[in-house]
Design a protein around this ligand. Structure first.
Ligand SMILES: [Zn+2]
Ligand SMILES: [Zn+2]
Length: 400
């Protein structure tokens, strides 16, 4: 058995609002730097993207490039604007689903994430017929998820059933385990990345225990069969997710559920629309259940931690970039720096960053929660008695 880190949901440059840099070369290179073993192709139903994908050499459903392995995936939107994530067993399976949905997918070769004139049950049935796995994407977000539309899995998927549920950036295992109907359904944590930078790609991923690299092994792990399993979900602290709390989508003022109902979902401050947060939505669905599940490790993208350390507003600044590169070069990947590398060794590269990573690993930080479409922020408590290592540190800490 071996452990592999997999990000099973991303989008190519053919999807709306994605970076033009999302090609196979950049995705695989970015995934390798992050430390992912397996990354999604995304958008495999789109014929233009599929032509590029088909230049790769697939064996047992997977193909390698730049030290990373691709798995064939897509996301589709149904007639109720609910998103579904699809994992294909091989190229034939992609073509089979293309054929099955052809007449009801007007923009399949235009948009990377096609709009299907089908409901959830019809989509799940077609996926299973094509030999693919399917489940709801980012299940709790207020715009395009199963639980913005329905109160249960069966209302959406009927008799067909699902193979997994994707938590989304604003939820985690501990929140979602409180919903009884999800018992027995594996949770996935994926990045849904729209750009190849390592603070997006792999910002959430799954650690799977498998016996070799093949689609069948990944499938067994997701279904929890024959000793294969998901051993760890890794992702953002859900409080950082941009739809975690109920908030106005224009001025981002947070509201309780009662306040939002009383205000008829219009912001009393600015008149903007109030969107229900994932936390409040899960609060409506929970029934006191709790199921035994793999742990969920909360991480923050390394570039965001470094930006705090050097007092930079942007994760794209040259300063952040330099420090990020020297850390990743020293330890081999971002995941190793964040999770596995000894703090003492990180100190050898940069003392201040090592201090912050330690605070993060020990959970010694607070969070300004996200909501209404704005991401939350990490607020580190200043290590007591520690002197200010960089000019910007004090400033960034004093902000909150
Ligand atoms: Zn989506
Ligand atoms: Zn407002």
């Amino acid at each position: 058995m071996m452990k592999i880190d997999c990000d099973l949901h991303i989008h190519s440059r053919f999807s709306a609002a994605t970076s033009s840099a999302m090609d196979l070369e950049n995705i695989s290179a970015g995934a390798a730097q992050k430390g992912l073993h397996v990354v999604a192709t995304g958008d495999a139903l789109n014929k233009h993207w599929l032509e590029e994908i088909e230049t790769l050499d697939f064996k047992k459903g997977l193909a390698r490039l730049n030290g990373t392995t691709f798995i064939l995936t897509t996301e589709v939107e149904d007639e109720k604007r609910v998103h579904h994530l699809v994992l294909f067993k091989d190229l034939d399976s992609v073509h089979a689903l293309r054929d099955l949905v052809k007449g009801r997918a007007p923009d399949m070769d235009v948009d990377g994430r096609p709009h299907l004139r089908m409901d959830g049950e019809e989509i799940a049935r077609a996926c299973h017929e094509a030999g693919a796995m399917v489940g709801p994407s980012h299940a709790f977000v207020p715009w395009t998820s199963i639980y913005k539309e329905y109160d249960s899995i069966s209302e959406c998927y009927g008799e067909e059933g699902i193979d997994f549920l994707e938590l989304g950036l604003s939820a985690d295992t501990y929140l979602a385990s409180s919903i009884g109907e999800l018992e027995g359904i594996t949770f996935l944590s994926n990045s849904d990345a729209h750009s190849p930078q390592p603070h997006r790609l792999g910002r959430e991923f799954n650690r799977l225990e498998v016996d070799g690299m093949s689609f069948e092994e990944i499938k067994k792990a997701i279904l929890g069969r024959e000793g294969r399993r998901v051993v760890l979900n890794v992702g953002l602290d859900p409080r950082l997710g941009k739809y975690h709390r109920t908030a106005c989508i224009r001025c981002y003022t947070h509201y309780s559920l009662e306040e939002a109902v009383k205000a008829r979902w219009r912001c009393p401050g600015c008149g903007g629309r109030i969107k229900k947060g994932v936390l409040e939505r899960i609060g409506e669905l929970e029934d006191g259940s709790s199921s035994v599940r793999p742990p969920y490790l909360r991480i923050a993208p390394l570039a965001e931690i470094i930006a705090k350390v050097v007092g930079s507003k942007s994760v794209y600044s040259a300063k952040v970039n330099r420090l990020w590169s020297s850390l990743v070069d020293a330890f081999g990947s971002e995941i190793k720096v964040l999770i596995d590398a000894p703090i003492e060794e990180i100190k050898g590269i940069d003392e201040a960053t090592a201090g912050f990573i330690q605070l993060y690993r020990e959970g010694r930080f607070t969070i300004k929660e996200g909501g209404g479409g704005r991401y939350g922020e990490i607020v580190f408590e200043r290590p007591s008695g520690e002197k200010r290592p960089h000019g910007g540190l004090q400033k960034s800490l004093d902000l909150f």
